[in-house]
Design a protein around this ligand. Structure first.
Ligand SMILES: C[S@@+](CC[C@H](N)C(=O)[O-])C[C@H]1O[C@@H](n2cnc3c(N)ncnc32)[C@H](O)[C@@H]1O
Length: 248
């Protein structure tokens, strides 16, 4: 997970949507902001630079292992704080945050509505929240074997707790009480076979599909796709739904 998150952060399409998130949050010096499900904390450091030494950027994650890695590069920033807890119940006072974001994490949690409710409770009136979630119903692989691509994509989609979070989060924000909800799409692109495997775990998915269906075809497809990639890149993508909303 740590290697994957580090690699993702370096991809141009990821950097583009990360910049969109920061622009929408627009954190000002001295403000308090939080990143829910912060992983390795790259965005927490970016937020800390924007709120400055008088502000606070808080990263929250359930994985102690990831937070220990996140803490390493941030020891010299007084604005950074990491909290190891479940984002479905936040240890923050009502209205204590100026802004808050959750990025590719609602897709994993048991009760996404509880996270949105906690965001509503902890962000102050007028504060901005941003939710960026993929919708695995939009996963594509550029390979001519459409039947196999569909099978692999569906198998991968079903490995997520909330695979359609992308399309669902807009109504979730409305139901939590947020206003002025604006949605836009961002395409997350893995530009080659190697990148597709690192980002979307295609090899393991095909291997697991072969084991589950007791069918060799996914394994044969793997070697065809590798050969195809040498002459014409096998690239893949998913659409990320980026919702920006305001607390009334
Ligand atoms: C796909 S990673 C995204 C990390 C980060 N937001 C980024 O953009 O790189 C999902 C993260 O959510 C965390 N996570 C999943 N469920 C969680 C929960 N219920 N409470 C807190 N963190 C959670 C995982 O530990 C992981 O770090």
């Amino acid at each position: 997970m740590a290697h994957c998150l580090e690699y993702l952060d370096s991809l141009p399409s990821f950097q583009r949507y990360k910049n969109l998130i920061l622009e929408a949050m627009n954190p000002q010096p001295g403000q308090v902001t939080a990143d829910l499900g912060c992983g390795l904390g790259f965005d927490v450091l970016r937020l800390a630079r924007l709120v400055g030494p008088q502000g606070r950027a808080i990263g929250v994650d359930a994985s102690l292992t990831l937070l220990q890695l996140a803490r390493l590069p941030s020891h010299d920033s007084t604005a950074v704080e990491f909290v190891n807890t479940d984002i479905q119940k936040l240890p923050f006072q009502d209205g204590s945050l100026h802004s808050c974001k959750v990025d590719r994490t609602l897709q994993h949690v048991e009760r996404p509505a509880s996270v949105l409710h906690e965001m509503f409770r902890t962000v102050r009136s007028g504060g901005v929240v941003v939710c960026a979630e993929p919708d695995w119903g939009t996963f594509t692989i550029d390979h001519e074997n459409r039947a196999m691509v569909r099978q692999i994509a569906e198998f991968w989609e079903e490995s997520f707790r909330n695979p359609w979070m992308g399309r669902q989060v807009n109504n979730g924000l409305r139901e939590a009480g947020f206003l002025d909800i604006q949605v836009q799409g961002a395409l997350l692109i893995a530009p080659s076979w190697e990148a597709s495997d690192k980002v979307f775990d295609i090899v393991q998915t095909a291997v697991r599909l072969a084991e589950t269906t007791r069918n060799e075809e996914p394994l044969q497809w793997l070697s065809q796709a590798r050969e195809r990639d040498a002459v014409r890149p096998v690239w893949s993508s998913v659409t990320l739904f980026l919702n920006v909303a305001r607390r009334p």
